[in-house]
Design a protein around this ligand. Sequence first.
Ligand code: TYD
Length: 136
Amino acid sequence: MRVSIIDIPKILDERGNLSFIENGKYLPFIIKRTYWIYDVPGGEIRGGHAFKTQEEIIIALSGSFDVVVNDRFNEAKFSLNRSYKGLYIPRMCWRRMENFSTNAVCLVLASTLFQESDYIRDLDEYLKLSEKRHDF
Ligand code: TYD
C-alpha cells in the first residue's frame, strides 16, 4: 500500500467529537505499539529515518505539523492538522516531521515493537537499499 491518508471514524456530538481505531479495521496492519511526540520546540525536526519492516500511521492528535516523505526518486509533504486523519507510511520510506505548532501532539501507531535494528538512520545507506519507488 502506498503513502496515503486514512479516514478515521468520527462521531460528531454537540458535547465534543469522538474518534476511534480498532485493530483489524480501517488499518492495513495490526498495531503492536503506539507512541507520541509532544512539547516539540519551534523549528525542531523529528524522525528523519526509515524502517526496514515497520509500517505506521501518523496522526496529528492536536495542533499541526508536516510529514515529509521521500525515497530516492521523489519527495512529498503532507500537512496534518485533523485528529480524524491518519497518514499511512509503508516500510522503507524515509520520513521526517517538522513545522510543529505549539501544543502539537504527534501520535504514531506502529506495526512492530521497538527495535533499534529496524531503523535506517543513515540517508546514504537508505538510498542504497531503497530500490522501490513509492508513489506519493
Ligand atoms: P526516535 O524514533 O529515534 O525519534 P526521532 O527519530 O524523532 O529522533 O526515538 C528517540 C529515542 O527514543 C531513541 O533513543 C529510541 C527511543 N524510543 C524507544 O525507546 N521506544 C520507542 O518506541 C521509540 C519510538 C523510541
